[in-house]
Design a protein around this ligand. Structure first.
Ligand code: TXA
Ligand code: MG
Length: 349
């Protein structure tokens, strides 16, 4: 397949290009596009064969449902059989933006899009390019993150092209993603709202709006006998090609432990990497030391994580150690992704 690359430049009129991209979706094709969280791989959410194409292009198991992206609130009434009052409250607070909400689906949404579930995940993104594209595509764009299944989600066009060139009909290059981590997912179909995937909209933010929010216990670790409620969260994810281990403990102990492990790995002839913050960036003797930003800047840390994981791949790094972050606020999302990227490999000092 010949993939058309569409460059969107700030200040230039991109209407014509997005109309063309929207038409590809209407014709049953698939197009990667930027959003404020990560890049998505879009197809017509109401067309079963488009959803099949998305699964194929990603190499994704088809029991893992897709998120339907909309460009206005009222679109919910077409694709959901029930829109509870809490949806309006969430929308007023966080839409358009990095929040996905699970509803009971209407008959319009094919099971190919929802992975066989009776529920549908919906997001109204804030990125202006995404909004226009969705509108021109007919208003309902099913899109997972635009990576090959299992790899870190792409936060810039370079990595979308790496994974999807030859697999998608077009790729829209809209620059770097502002947030860099996938949306928060909250399920409104149960007795009380439940957080299924942490993100930029935090548990604390949701509680302020909804009062009570339950949390899927699997989001921050393996819980025996429990499956994550978002089907996609059960798969190993976001993984770099190198072997990643998380190290938890007091700062000095963490630095000492990681340096000892780095020496071992180097002696064995392996290429090493460390994920740290500005404060500790000078402390490690790895082949590649990557800072995510200042330790107090949890937005920067979240934004830079996936890019850094991909850069290690570019550099051929084989053994990676990472420091850990707080378990609340936006860092909860960073830790959730790190745990998955590390396949839960963690050392507690
Ligand atoms: O920020 C994002 O959400 C990005 C951008 C492109 O919008 N999309 C994204 O999609 O992260 P994806 O497919 O990589 O992750 C979707 C997650 C999966 O874990 C999936 O299992 C869950 O949402 N999900 C989708 N529909 C669901 C449903 N009906 N019930 C429970 N979980 C659902
Ligand atoms: Mg994904």
């Amino acid at each position: 397949m010949n993939t058309k690359i569409i460059h969107i430049k700030e200040g230039e009129d991109f209407d014509v290009d997005l109309k063309e991209a929207g038409q590809i979706i209407k014709n049953g094709g698939i197009v990667a596009f930027p959003t404020e969280t990560v890049y998505g791989l879009g197809g017509d959410a109401l067309n079963p064969s488009s959803s099949k194409k998305i699964y194929e292009a990603k190499g994704r198991p088809s029991d893992n449902p897709l998120i339907v992206h909309i460009s206005d609130f009222d679109a919910l009434y077409d694709i959901c059989s029930e829109v509870p009052p809490m949806a309006r409250a969430l929308s007023d607070a966080f839409w358009p933006g990095p929040l996905t909400v699970i509803f009971k689906k209407s008959e319009k949404v094919p099971f190919e899009t929802t992975g066989g579930l009776n529920t549908v995940a919906v997001r109204f993104p804030s990125d202006p390019v995404a909004q226009k594209f969705i509108e021109y595509a007919g208003g309902f764009v099913a899109a997972p993150s635009a990576n090959i299944s299992g790899r870190p989600s792409p936060t810039c066009a370079k990595y979308v092209i790496e994974d999807m060139n030859g697999r998608a009909d077009a790729i829209i290059d809209g620059g770097d993603s502002e947030i860099g981590l996938e949306s928060t997912i909250v399920d409104l179909t149960g007795e009380s709202p439940m957080l299924l995937r942490p993100g930029y909209v935090t548990y604390e933010d949701l509680k302020k709006v909804l009062g009570r929010v339950d949390v899927d216990k699997t989001i921050l670790g393996v819980v025996s006998n429990e499956r994550p409620k978002a089907p996609g969260m059960k798969y190993r994810h976001y993984a770099p090609k190198g072997d990643l281990t998380m190290v938890k403990g007091h700062n000095e102990a963490v630095v000492e432990f990681i340096n000892a492990k780095l020496s071992e790995a180097k002696n064995a002839g392996r290429k090493t990497g460390v994920i740290t913050t500005d404060e500790n960036a000078g402390c490690y003797n790895a082949d590649s030391v990557k800072s995510l930003g200042k330790r107090t800047d949890e937005k920067a840390i979240a934004r830079n994580l996936f890019r850094v994981l991909r850069e290690f791949d570019d550099e051929g790094i084989e053994i990676i150690y990472t420091e850990c972050f707080a378990l609340d606020g936006i860092s909860q999302a960073t830790m959730n992704r790190l745990m998955k990227a590390a396949g839960h490999k963690e050392v507690n000092l």
